[in-house]
Design a protein around this ligand. Sequence first.
Ligand SMILES: *[C@@H]1O[C@H](CO)[C@@H](O)[C@H](O)[C@H]1NC(C)=O
Ligand SMILES: *[C@@H]1O[C@H](CO)[C@@H](O)[C@H](O)[C@H]1NC(C)=O
Ligand SMILES: *[C@@H]1O[C@H](CO)[C@@H](O)[C@H](O)[C@H]1NC(C)=O
Ligand SMILES: *[C@@H]1O[C@H](CO)[C@@H](O)[C@H](O)[C@H]1NC(C)=O
Length: 464
Amino acid sequence: MRLNTFLSTSALLATLHCVNGAPAGSGSNPPLRGSKSLVGYSASNTLNDEDTDNIQYTPVPGQNDDANVAPYLNFENSKNPQPIRGDRGGTDPGPRNYYYDKINSDKLAPPATDNGATINAMWPMGLSHNRLGIEKSGWARQQNTDVMPDAKQMAGVDMRLEAGAYRELHWHVASEWSLVLNGSVRIQAVNEDGQTFVDDVGAGDVWFFPPGVPHSIQALDNGTEFLLVFDDGDFSEDNTFLATEVFLHQPKEVLAKDLEVPISAFKDLPDDELYIFPGTPAPKDIEAQNVTNSAGVVPQSQSYSYHFSEQPAHEVAGGSVKIVDPLTFPIASSFSAAVVTVKPGAMREIHWHPSSDEWTFFISGQGRATLFTAPDQATTFDYHGGDVGYFPQSNSHYIENTGSEDLIFLEVLQADHFSDISLGQWIGNVPKQIVSDTLKLSNETLNSLKKEKQYVVSGKYPSS
Ligand SMILES: *[C@@H]1O[C@H](CO)[C@@H](O)[C@H](O)[C@H]1NC(C)=O
Ligand SMILES: *[C@@H]1O[C@H](CO)[C@@H](O)[C@H](O)[C@H]1NC(C)=O
Ligand SMILES: *[C@@H]1O[C@H](CO)[C@@H](O)[C@H](O)[C@H]1NC(C)=O
Ligand SMILES: *[C@@H]1O[C@H](CO)[C@@H](O)[C@H](O)[C@H]1NC(C)=O
């Protein structure tokens, strides 16, 4: 026994000696560094080489098309997707992540119409750190300028609350606009005039809380997931003013004076913030939580909720559009939004927003967009449900459905009404002679241009 211990200890010492970079002495383990004679040319060098010129792959439909035509390339079932479009590019023998390459075909094999450098207009929430609530009560993950440095006007949070769970009572400096994605939630607030607000909102509904107005959010019996959008790209969900923290950071003597209760009233305050945590289920009857005072309730015209799910969608050729903006939801005075449905093959037409950046959230399906920035930069991005997009003010973009299911996404602007300029409507309403002199379009083409805004085009066009 004693001998064995001694032997293994000396083996360990020998290993440590070697790791420290000193000569290993005896044994077959080579030293960490090689010889100085390996620098540069020597007739005795050998080439470590392999054939990279016979990589097997099957082009997907459209991959051999002219790289300026550049249809969407579906690599999802491709065993060995390659950075090749038309006669451009070459095979990839090397280190790669097939997951990214398969779902970002416009990154792997960009259209030839892409050029130069735009901002990065895509962030998957799936790459955001997830903040987990206590006792399986939910989670939240965010996109802000930490991960998308050029998305300066808005930031977003995707939040889950299990049945009965709370997002802790809080307020913040930014304005908060929200779209409920799943389930339903009770929201409550008290404003600067002492007016109170309580409502239940479900999937497809919208809420808004002005800066500084403290509010509570509690999931109802089916749990909820919702999206929060803030009017500040630097917003961080980790820097809100929480009820626990404001109580924890006042002298207890001051708290007692402030609320006119004994100091002992605060003996059970939590030691730290709760953030996302389980709660007593909200009473079914909302009246039980309708607290009022002499100031009364927030008047309906200034309500913090908008039952957007009950608004029918406006049908267009390639899908549908629904707009909620301050014209119908006045308290959210700077938030203008559209929920757009694009059928397979159809496309949100090429457009830009003259008064604001656009913050986009992909709710379901998949699509691609080209961000065009003056004078000649363009980048095509691929998006899937759960991804964030960002298009700066007056920079053109389209969103093409690249999948076999409906593509549904949200566009959010910082504007007093939703507005966009359509490339098709513009060109269709410029005198034909001017368009013809500039773009060399035929009379037949000029005569077929539409004068009305399309929002979502069907995606069908003549074959010749
Ligand atoms: C949540 O909403 C998304 C988007 O509408 C939908 O695709 C998904 O099926 C919903 N989840 C559940 C559990 O209903
Ligand atoms: C939970 O979902 C079920 C099924 O959709 C529905 O009947 C019920 O009203 C929901 N409960 C709440 C509190 O939203
Ligand atoms: C709360 O009570 C006020 C009257 O005090 C009423 O006008 C309001 O509709 C009630 N709100 C809800 C959600 O029941
Ligand atoms: C196109 O239309 C213009 C205006 O009607 C006409 O002057 C011109 O001759 C036409 N061009 C052709 C090639 O038909």
